[in-house]
Write a protein that binds this ligand. Structure first.
Ligand SMILES: *Cc1c(COP(=O)(O)O)cnc(C)c1O
Length: 334
């Protein structure tokens, strides 16, 4: 498996640190918890989309694109990292933002990631919740082509086989760190949304026979749908890499019991997880993804699903810029 065969623009700050969370581990009294800091990828406050964009933007450049189109929720971290990457490459960037939460909070709609999208010079356009965002992007691409532009369309979350290569790479990077430090790990957990992160990781882990189970904590879809999405993308990613069939259906595990009311709506345990990591470890999570992933991790520790003596790595996918769009939820009752 040779990632260097694929075009890539090296922009992320890699490798991201792997750190032990002593105070959180002690507080929970269960497994030894480590964190892989993909919130520190360096681009416009960091996050997991930067690894995917290294491969996606290289493909865009190779195809002669001068304009990038992508989509996400209003407080999309993916949209913000894409806007920053496009700025770095001197490309125009059009973001279609879907109003999934229906919030009319001015900070949700204009602060946090949205503020940064605009600072990076991206054009932002809203679409109502439930819109067919892929079709919206295709129609915008058509309009821009008619104007003589060369648009490159990135799917939501950068989750296609090209983007997932970024997380195949992360699996290799993490394994290297574990091997260099003699750290045997029992499991890896992460938030899972548009599926590229989990699909890339599981492909990399299986292709190297790492023998480390991976658990995704869902943020939107129910378990069956989430696992099917991740598995389908992992299959296509393995095919792209020349190791078709390496991921089995049972390797893809998601727990979607921490979603709550829906995408982008934090629960009490999401907010508790954000506060715990902030107060115990000085680490910022986010209310949409990593906060829900960490809430799952904390609950599993408390319930003894992750036993004492185990070593668990939490992949921190970033998203802290979104905190500034969710200040109302975080300050309520404080
Ligand atoms: C996009 C995102 C995720 C989910 O990753 P997917 O590859 O979409 O599954 C997790 N955390 C943060 C902060 C994100 O922005």
């Amino acid at each position: 498996m040779h990632l260097a065969h694929f075009p890539r623009i090296f922009l992320a700050h890699l490798p991201t640190p792997l750190e032990r969370l002593d105070r959180l581990s002690r507080e929970l009294g269960g497994p030894e918890i480590w964190i892989k800091r993909d919130d520190c990828t360096g681009l416009s406050t960091g996050g997991n989309k930067t690894r995917k964009l290294e491969f996606l933007m290289a493909e865009a450049e190779q195809q002669g694109a001068d304009t990038i189109i992508t989509q996400g929720a209003t407080q999309s971290n993916h949209a913000r990292q894409t806007a920053a990457f496009a700025a770095k490459m001197g490309m125009a960037c059009h973001l279609l933002l879907e109003d999934r939460t229906g919030s009319n909070d001015p900070n949700y709609n204009g602060n946090g990631n949205v503020l940064l999208d605009r600072l990076h010079g991206a054009t932002t356009d809203k679409r109502p919740g439930g819109a067919d965002m892929q079709a919206e992007m295709e129609s915008l691409a058509e309009t821009l082509r008619a104007e003589g532009r060369k648009p490159y369309v990135i799917p939501g979350g950068g989750s296609n086989p090209t983007g997932a290569l970024g997380y195949v790479n992360c699996a290799f990077e993490l394994l290297g760190q574990l091997n260099d430090r003699g750290l045997a790990v029992d499991r890896i957990v992460t938030a899972t949304g548009s599926a590229g992160t989990q699909a890339g990781l599981i492909t990399g882990l299986k292709a190297t026979s790492a023998n480390i189970p991976l658990l995704g904590f869902g943020v939107r879809a129910p378990k069956e749908k989430q696992e099917a999405n991740v598995f389908a993308l992992a299959e296509r990613t393995a095919e792209k890499l020349g190791c078709a069939g390496v991921v089995k259906r049972e390797d893809v595990v998601a727990d979607c019991d921490y979603v709550g009311e829906g995408y982008g709506i934090p629960r009490a345990d999401t907010l508790e997880a954000i506060r715990m990591l902030a107060e115990l470890e000085g680490i910022l999570l986010d209310p949409v993804y990593s906060g829900k992933g960490a809430a799952g991790l904390i609950d599993y520790c408390r319930k003894g699903k992750f036993a004492k003596g185990e070593r668990v790595v939490f992949l921190h996918t970033g998203g802290a810029a979104g905190l500034f769009g969710y200040d109302a939820a975080l300050t309520r009752g404080h």
